[in-house]
Design a protein around this ligand. Structure first.
Ligand code: NAI
Ligand code: SOE
Length: 396
């Protein structure tokens, strides 16, 4: 196959922060990993909050054009894919406008800060008939995809239970500034929407639909120093901060029990106040015939116990992901050379552009994002009402 037979697809990326960087890297690298690539993503236009920031982002991330107004991206008939990498409160407005303009959409997680916005977004992409994806990238870690393969193949039998955690420590220090992630009107919720939803996505991907929750939520640090401007510092401590403080009105910690439609039970714990934990996404899944354990901080590894193993070789053992495993054909040639955060985004871009060029659906999509919001909403109501709460049905 020659390069000329691979479609070039123009991308308009909105938001040039942390995720703007990760997605730009993925667009540049995806064809280098997966060849023949489903498409060559062309970094056409990047939008930021003003012209200066947009120009800098274009130069840094390799975009041909820049704009200080995201609406220019939507209006441009040469742009076919809109990538939304802005804080949560702008996802719905941008996505609905992009869908109405017939653009395919990759939107960062959480899909939206509220159920109502997520529902409107799903309605818009369905009406437009465009490809849509929500960027819960951790399910694209090869070891996580391998866990799903083992479960689908029945290697651990019927799933009985799921224990998921997402523990970080970047918000444990009270002198960490008031990131937008601590403000309800921008983020929607705190730890729950920011990282708890990643675990919800993994639970749904690996075990199935969640029908009910029984939750507790807590806020430990109620005010933080105002950030003086510039890029979001993601809580990086400023010990000398002596200026004014602003109110934190979101949760720091969420814990919930989970009931799955298929009869499995589980739990989810998430906090950004766990000193010493960095990106500690773990799950342990017990089935009638075995166990699977994953820890993102050792993301090349999947620990497995299969009841079918010979009696003299029993024990949790480590499988190192590599060419024999999901996405192995495009990644590195020797197991455990090292999968990074970047690779999860490269794989995400690969699957998204495959769907765009083949005209097929990809998951997790806006329906998954909407369902995740319904679960997050049930968690909030359960914590408020101090009782088990059923997840509301999909109504789009
Ligand atoms: P960030 O604060 O680092 O960057 C956001 C950028 O968007 C900023 O540069 C800001 O100036 C720009 N922006 C804000 N409003 C805009 C507008 N109306 N038009 C154009 N640009 C605008 O935030 P970060 O970490 O990149 O987060 C963005 C989104 O990605 C959030 O929804 C977040 O939850 C999600 N995220 C997902 C991750 C994942 O692992 N999938 C990791 C980090 C963030
Ligand atoms: C901060 O908690 C954060 O950047 C989240 O917003 C991301 O979704 C997560 O992947 C990494 O941590």
């Amino acid at each position: 196959m020659t390069t000329s037979s691979i479609p070039q697809i123009n991308v308009g990326l909105i938001g040039g922060g942390f995720m703007g960087k990760a997605h730009s890297l993925a667009y540049a690298a995806m064809p280098m990993f997966f060849w023949p690539a489903p498409a060559i993503p062309v970094r056409h236009t990047i939008a930021e909050v003003n012209e200066g920031l947009a120009r800098t982002a274009a130069e840094r991330f390799g975009f041909q054009n820049s704009t200080g107004d995201w609406r220019r991206v939507i209006e441009d008939p040469n742009i076919h894919v809109v990538d939304i990498a802005t804080p949560n409160n702008s996802h719905a407005e941008i996505a609905i406008a992009a869908a109405q303009a017939g653009k395919h959409i990759l939107c960062e997680k959480p899909l939206a800060p509220t159920v109502a916005e997520a529902k409107a977004m799903l309605g818009a992409v369905r009406r437009a008939g465009v490809v849509h994806m929500v960027a819960f990238n951790y399910r694209r870690t090869p070891a996580v995809a391998l866990a799903r393969k083992y479960i689908e193949e029945g290697r651990i039998g019927r799933v009985l239970s799921f224990r998921g955690t997402y523990l970080q420590d970047w918000s444990a220090d009270p002198s960490g500034p008031l990131s937008w992630r601590f403000q309800k009107d921008i983020a929607g919720s705190g730890t729950l929407g920011d990282i708890g939803t990643h675990v919800v996505d993994l639970a749904r991907y690996l075990v199935g639909e969640i029908s009910a929750v029984n939750a507790m939520m807590h806020t430990y640090i109620h005010e933080r120093p105002l950030q003086s401007g510039g890029a979001d510092k993601l809580g990086a401590s400023d010990k000398n901060a002596s200026g004014p403080k602003g109110k934190v009105d979101v949760d720091d910690e969420v814990l919930t029990l989970l009931r799955f439609e298929n009869g499995a039970v589980g739990s989810l714990e998430a906090t950004r106040n766990a000193w010493g934990r960095n990106n500690y996404i773990t799950f342990e899944i017990h089935g009638t015939e075995g166990t699977i354990f994953f820890n993102y901080e050792r993301r090349d590894e999947l620990q497995v116990f299969f009841n079918s193993d010979p009696a003299d070789a029993r024990g949790l053992r480590t499988v190192y992901t590599g060419p024999a495993h999901p996405y192995g054909e495009g990644l590195w040639p020797i197991p455990a050379l090292g999968i990074g955060y970047g690779e999860t985004k490269i794989i995400e871009a690969y699957d998204f552009f495959r769907a765009v060029t083949e005209g097929t659906a990809v998951r997790p999509n806006f329906e998954d994002g909407y369902k995740t919001e319904l679960i997050a909403d049930a968690i909030v109501r359960s914590a408020q009402q101090r009782r088990e709460v059923e997840v509301e049905p999909v109504t789009v």
